[in-house]
Unconditional design. Structure first.
Lengths: 251, 223, 201
């Protein structure tokens, strides 16, 4: 009963014209929320939080690095949930949304790797270290790229999305294993283990900007996801009736 | 389960592999190419070679299994044999397992058989040899399973081969870590049990999940 | 007469678009259906759908007997010789019929048993595909363009094989665009109409 209602609800929301309308309503609010949270977060991060006694100001990159890292992983989770819904109920809008998660997730992974590298230079004296977290992130990036490549390699967009959704689900099983194995690998090769936060805990004053920035990044993810999905839907359906109606005449 | 059909498929696959002759020996040539090129590149020092031997043999095994993937389902897809699997009276998941098994026989088994020789050439300590072979026995089937999944996913595309390696590489990271970890552990005088146990767990997981995913991916791709 | 295959309102969608307007088909023992329609109207798609290779996007499909499907690609391995190809099909599909050499003789390929399948001409490959139906007999035959690239004698051979098959209680659906089958019990014609572009609700 509950499943039935849920399914009907998903299908209704999944109809392209409805999705197009609703996402157009929500997206500006997400962007506004993102701008607000970023402004507050950056204010705290750059002016309120005192400099670190060891790292002086360079540690402030953390307020971009950590939210991006979290979002790179959370983005995969969102993509996996969408992919599961898409495969079970064959809803095209969800397929498209799942596929649109991949480039955004990949972008956050790249931001995380780049900021990590920039931070690593003054901290560890090297651009790259085979740290467990960095290595897992690098592997995650390649999984994202694989999903994007697979989706793009099909002429039939629908088929490509469904095949790539299978890969997304395989990745869900595999990513925890990869993370665990990489952690195991770095602890065995003791020489290169470097800890981000060491023994020290985070200073309480660092919490507010971190929280604001995390929320900001999540809102931005949602906004970009909706916008990208709308564009993709519009492009795929450019010859369909609802697009013509929405834009009047021949679109 | 219709075992006759599975046996018929296995026999035909092996017969085709024999007919292809040289192509089927490629994995082995590849293993030896790596074995000869790397010492030429890094120098013949026994300590260095012994230290990198497990990793080298494993990377060679991985690349060897990648070599044959492009032809795992594609010829059958093109000549119409693959769609015959779905006529309803055949156990598709069983056929998928059979096909992956023949892939392992052609790419995994030769590497395992020649691994002792390779280990000698790279000065791997003798006490680590058994574990190396054991790790290959448990690990190479996982390579075939994961590779088969990538081959099935990319079947409907026309530029499969580059994509194949991008898809396979992240998924086999744990295999590589646990397998080479086991060999290094023994070489350093520790017990390899934990590594091998985790590797075996990966094999069980792959054996249960991958055939289902491959079947689903093939089904989508023949449409 | 029992029905071996029943389809009610089946159609298939590719990229969200219907390929042909939904169809009803019933194949009973001893009956044959000829699928007609212009190029690209979905005849092959329909036969693949009846075979179970594609899943119907709408409608119901029930098959009550093992199925044989002969497509454009004949599912032959060029590296194997004719006899090996047939021996494989015989064991693979699990309902052994006449021996491979008798099937070769029946389809006019006597003496070619040891020739690699890749060296055969297009018509001979077609005949080898037909021989594959004989070595593992299944009651439902779905033949996509069985007359393609066959000479007149080959066309008569297809008719003969179909007559035998129907007389033994089988059924068949085949598509064609050049030659109509001439059978003892005339085949029903089924026209496949390309679906008009529809507006989503």
């Amino acid at each position: 009963m509950i499943w039935k209602t849920l399914k009907v609800g998903f299908h209704r929301l999944g109809s392209p014209p409805t999705f197009y309308r609703i996402s157009a309503l929500i997206s500006p609010w997400l962007w506004a929320g993102f701008a607000l949270c970023t402004a507050i977060g950056l204010y705290y991060a750059l002016y309120v939080v005192p400099p670190d006694y060891q790292q002086s100001d360079s540690y402030r990159i953390l307020f971009i690095h950590v939210p991006s890292a979290w979002q790179a992983m959370a983005g995969y989770l969102v993509m996996a949930i969408l992919a599961a819904i898409a495969l079970v109920w064959r809803i095209r809008t969800t397929e498209i949304m799942a596929m649109m998660c991949a480039p955004i997730g990949a972008a956050f992974t790249v931001i995380c790797l780049l900021t990590g590298s920039l931070w690593g230079r003054p901290m560890w004296g090297t651009w790259w270290a085979w740290d467990a977290r960095l290595t897992s992130m690098l592997v995650l990036l390649f999984i994202y790229l694989g999903i994007m490549g697979l989706y793009a390699a099909f002429e039939d967009r629908r088929k490509g999305a469904r095949v790539a959704c299978i890969l997304v689900l395989v990745g869900v099983v595999n990513i925890p294993i990869i993370h665990f194995s990489v952690e195991w690998w770095t602890t065995l090769h003791q020489g290169s283990t470097i800890r981000f936060f060491g023994e020290s805990t985070m200073h309480p004053s660092m919490m507010p900007p971190l929280v604001w920035m995390t929320v900001a990044v999540k809102l931005m993810f949602g906004a970009v996801l909706l916008d990208r999905s709308r564009n993709e839907l519009l492009e795929q359906d450019r010859r369909k009736g609802w697009v013509r109606q929405a834009f009047g005449g021949d679109a | 389960m219709n075992l006759r059909a599975l046996a018929a498929l296995l026999m035909r696959d092996l017969r085709l592999a024999v007919r292809h002759g040289g192509e089927s020996l490629m994995p082995l040539f590849f293993l030896f190419a790596v074995l000869i090129l790397v010492p030429l590149g890094v120098g013949p020092g026994p300590n260095l070679l012994a230290a990198i031997a497990p990793g080298m043999i494993w990377v060679a095994a991985l690349l060897a299994s990648l070599l044959a993937l492009e032809n795992l389902f594609r010829p059958d897809h093109e000549d119409g044999s693959l769609e015959q699997w779905w006529l309803g009276h055949l156990p598709v998941t069983g056929l998928v397992m059979t096909r992956l098994f023949s892939h392992w026989l052609i790419t995994g088994l030769p590497v395992i058989l020649f691994a002792p020789l390779a280990a000698q050439m790279l000065y791997l300590p003798n006490q680590a040899l058994g574990v190396l072979v054991l790790s290959l026995l448990i690990g190479t089937p996982i390579l075939s399973l994961v590779g088969g999944l990538a081959a099935a996913l990319t079947l409907g595309t026309n530029r499969g081969s580059v994509l194949l390696s991008i898809l396979v590489f992240p998924l086999v990271v744990p295999v590589l870590i646990f397998a080479t970890g086991a060999v290094s552990a023994v070489a350093d005088g520790f017990s390899p049990r934990a590594h091998l146990g985790l590797l075996a767990a990966l094999l069980v997981l792959a054996l249960t999940l991958v055939p289902l995913a491959v079947t689903a991916a093939l089904r989508l791709n023949i449409e | 007469m029992t029905s071996l295959l029943e389809a009610r309102g089946v159609s298939f969608r590719r990229q969200g678009e219907r390929i042909f307007t939904p169809l009803d088909i019933t194949l009973e023992t001893g009956s044959a259906v000829v699928v007609l329609g212009p190029n690209g109207c979905g005849k092959t798609t329909l036969l693949r759908l009846l075979a179970g290779i594609l899943q119907a996007s709408e409608g119901q499909l029930a098959r009550h007997a093992p199925t044989a499907f002969l497509g454009h690609a004949s599912a032959l391995k060029g590296e194997l010789n004719c006899r090996e190809n047939l021996d494989f099909l015989r064991r693979f599909h699990g309902c052994p019929g006449i021996s491979s050499s008798r099937a070769l003789a029946r389809t006019g390929l006597t003496g070619l048993g040891l020739r690699p399948a890749r060296t055969l001409s297009a018509g001979q490959k077609r005949r080898l595909g037909l021989a594959g139906l004989l070595v593992s007999p299944r009651p439902i035959w779905l033949l996509d363009e069985p007359y393609a690239s066959l000479d007149d004698a080959g066309g008569e051979l297809v008719d003969e094989l179909l007559d035998n098959h129907l007389a033994q209680g089988g059924c068949a659906a085949l598509s064609t665009h050049q030659r109509m089958p001439v059978l003892a019990t005339p085949a029903q014609a089924l026209r496949v109409e390309p679906a008009a572009a529809e507006e989503p609700a």
